[in-house]
Structures are given as C-alpha cells and as structure tokens.
Design a protein around this ligand. Structure first.
Ligand SMILES: [Zn+2]
Length: 315
C-alpha cells in the first residue's frame, strides 16, 4: 500500500508518530486519513484544548495517546505551582503525558529576562517533582535550529546563545533522573557538528529518548552527511522515536503528505539531492533543502517507527 505512494519507500510495518498536534477537528480528520495511508497506526496527540481531546477520543478510539499542552509562557504568568498542580491532575483529566513548548521564542513572548526561570533551576523543581511522582512522561521542546539563533534570536534582551539553552536542557535531564523525557527535535541537535554532543548525552543519561520531528529541520541537517547520520541513528536506534510535528490546523493535504513523505524518504530511502516536498524558509535564499536518504536497516526502522514508542508509552 505504502509502496504505491512512492517507490523509494521500503518499510512495510506499522508506524507510531510520537509528535502531532490537534488544533481543529476537521483538520484532525484529514490528518488521520493521511496518517493511515502512510502506515501510521498510533500517534501522540498534543491537545491544544480539552475539546480537541474529547473529539479525538470519541472519533478515533485506540489511535492516540494524549498529551496535555503546556506553553513555555505559563510559568511566567501563572507560576510554577499552577503547572505542578495541573500535572498532578493530568491523568484524572484524561491525559497520558505532558508536552511543554519552551522554545526561546516563548521567553520573548513572556517578555522574560534571559536569566529568569530557566527550567533546570531550583524554582522549577515542583513541576519536575510532579512529573516524577505521577510517572507522567514529558515531551520537551527547549532549543531551536542553529539557523534561528543566527537570524531571529539575535535580540540579546531576550535570547542568549544556543549553547546556553542546551546546557539548560542537559541540566533538566541530568537533575531529574526519575522523569522520563522525549526530547523533541532530536534534542535540538540534528546538526551534524552537534551529533557528538548528543551521543555523549545519550551515553550519560538513560532517562531520555529523542524524536525525529521536525521533518524540515531533520531533513535539512541529517542530509548534509548521510553516512555519519546513518551511523548515528543505527548506534542509538533504541533511543529514537519517529515523530513529524504535524499540526492538525489546515485542510491543505500537501502539508501533511509533505511531512510524512520527507521524513520517510530521509530514513528509509537512498535518494540523493531530492528536493524537500515543501518550502524550507531557512534555505530559501541558499538553494533550498534536499533530502539525502539514510537507507536505515529494517531492524533499525522497526525500532524507531514502532518498538521504541510502544515501549516508552506502554501502548
Ligand atoms: Zn510540536
């Protein structure tokens, strides 16, 4: 079935997409239809409203695990105790896990000082203690592509360096060994020059896995050295979850198909210099983004696509 979609795709088993978002209901219907065509049988759904969760539970029983969405702004507005309380009630409210979007842009949105409420600092500990006590898995997005730091994060009033943000992220992982993390976007280190550091983290801290979202960022960076990337994904194949970061917010079929095709071509195929099936704003003036496939072994694909997420979410 999948083979008829694209002759370069080789994997024929089930897929668990560990990073999708629900914004509106009709778009969710479309996203699920496209997921099924691409072999996605399970997904993590990050719910941007309680209504989105109720709708998905009614319409798609058994398809999703449900993440409650926490904005990185909330700790500056409501305070950490409110977040900790919501985490303690999360399972009762029908969710399975928590997701926090705490990218640097949130710091600017909250007009927060670069030193204020870094996640690894003492003030934030009630949130992580709640995650550990309640055994709530935590998807965390904290840092961003190198390309963002050199363009949109140049305002030093709100932003520091990527190195500083990564040390905050490492601080979070190392400080709370009882919390189980899925660190989004390859822990913000899919850039080839960062893989050694990510490998060091994976070797040092057993309590986190990474996801492969986003399709654009991962395709752009891992395609720059497919041999090194393939070696890395094979070595750490038991710590990686497939995830797209598809957001159910639009009726544009190409939006969803583009992300599933791009990531699957990247992981499975041996294509060379294939244009990303959608536009990458970060390379628009420098020749665009091309996919160079990693040709991962079947057993590696099986772990990343299915076995690791099943184990992690016990689902
Ligand atoms: Zn996301």
């Amino acid at each position: 079935m999948v083979l008829s979609l694209n002759p370069d795709l080789v994997y024929d088993g089930p897929i668990f997409d560990t990073h999708t978002h629900a914004v509106d209901n009709e778009s969710l219907d479309l996203m699920v239809r496209i997921q099924k065509r691409f072999g996605v049988e399970r997904a993590v759904l990050i719910c941007h409203s309680p209504g989105a969760m109720r709708y998905a539970k009614r319409e798609y029983p058994g398809h999703f695990v449900y993440a409650k969405y926490f904005s990185g702004v909330q700790r500056f507005t409501d305070g950490v105790d409110v977040i900790a309380k919501e985490i303690r009630n999360l399972k009762e409210d029908g969710y399975d896990l928590a997701k926090m979007q705490s990218a640097p842009v949130m710091r600017a949105r909250a007009k927060a000082d670069p030193d204020e409420l870094r996640l690894h600092e003492d003030e934030m500990s009630p949130m992580f203690e709640a995650l550990g006590d309640e055994a709530v898995p935590f998807i965390l997005h904290l840092s961003d592509p190198d390309t963002y730091y050199s363009t949109r994060y140049s305002d030093l009033e709100f932003f520091g360096s990527k190195e500083r943000d990564l040390s905050e992220l490492e601080g979070v992982i190392s400080r709370y060994p009882d919390v189980r993390y899925q660190i989004a976007h390859f822990a913000a280190q899919p850039e080839i020059h960062r893989l050694d550091n990510l490998g060091r983290w994976l070797d040092s801290y057993p309590n986190f896995n990474v996801d492969t979202s986003s399709a654009r960022w991962l395709s752009r960076e891992l395609s720059k050295d497919p041999n090194r990337a393939s070696e890395f994904l094979t070595k750490y194949s038991n710590r990686i979850h497939f995830g797209t970061d598809c957001v159910a917010y639009t009726d544009d079929v190409n939006y969803y198909e583009g992300r599933y095709s791009a990531l699957r071509l990247l992981l499975e195929s041996d294509v060379r210099n294939m244009p990303l099936p959608f536009q990458d704003a970060d390379t628009i003036n420098s020749g665009g983004t091309q996919i160079n496939g990693l040709s991962l072994e079947d057993s590696v694909l099986e772990q990343i696509y299915w076995k690791n997420p099943r184990r992690f979410y016990d689902f």
